[in-house]
Design a protein around this ligand. Structure first.
Ligand SMILES: [Zn+2]
Length: 209
């Protein structure tokens, strides 16, 4: 499982596939060896099934035996698809008469209702975990804001909130859980980013060239 880092695409998510923006992703230095000399090299890209045609750029540090990937801002971490898709499910659940009704309405073909309920609950749970944290972490923007998709969208004046939160919380992503956060846990429970962040902290995020 690669360590995921943020790829600031400048909100160009809609053009990510057509412009093949993963080819322009740049990792200026190794997060483990910021002074270089470790042989960090581009390591191709890997495919994500959705949205169709999506690829994610990847690097490999031979000295640290670690793979890094640059996840563009519109994609969910550790979930298939986009942040907007996850947000849509959570937003629908907020206004649905019941989770069953919401699951019935939104369920991806061809899963049955029990599977659809799990699908909705999993997305709702991660959004419900994130929003109160976002309100706390962004007091200047979200103080007093209800921790709901609708309220956060309205406060931020954006049609979709999660992708905006990926940007606004850029400095906290190493500590935040997926799908917005990029927290990485090593097998055995160690936290890679704890060490990485000391190196990565002062640097701007990787950007599209
Ligand atoms: Zn390295």
């Amino acid at each position: 499982m690669p360590v995921q880092l943020r790829f600031d695409t400048g909100l160009a998510g809609a053009e990510y596939v057509t412009r093949e923006l993963w080819r322009r992703a740049i990792l200026p230095r190794c997060p483990l060896h910021p002074r270089g000399g470790c042989g960090l090299a581009r390591h191709g890209s890997y495919e994500r099934k959705r949205p169709a045609g999506t690829r994610v750029a990847r690097w490999y540090c031979p000295q640290g035996h670690r793979t890094f990937s640059l996840l563009p801002d519109h994609l969910a971490a550790r979930f298939p698809g986009t942040l907007a898709e996850i947000e849509q499910v959570a937003a629908a659940a907020e206004t649905a008469s019941s989770l069953e009704a919401c699951a019935h309405e939104l369920r991806p073909e061809p899963i049955g209702l029990p599977g659809a309920l799990r699908w909705v609950r999993r997305r709702l749970a991660v959004v419900r975990a994130l929003l109160p944290l976002a309100v706390t972490l962004l007091p200047a923007l979200l103080q007093g804001c209800a921790a709901t998709v609708a309220a956060v969208r309205a406060r931020l004046q954006v049609p979709t909130a999660l992708e905006r939160l990926r940007v606004l919380l850029a400095r906290e992503l190493h500590a935040l859980a997926s799908p917005v956060g990029l927290r990485h846990r090593r097998r055995g429970g160690g936290d890679v980013h704890g060490g990485l962040q000391q190196h990565m902290g002062p640097d701007p995020p990787p950007t599209a060239a």
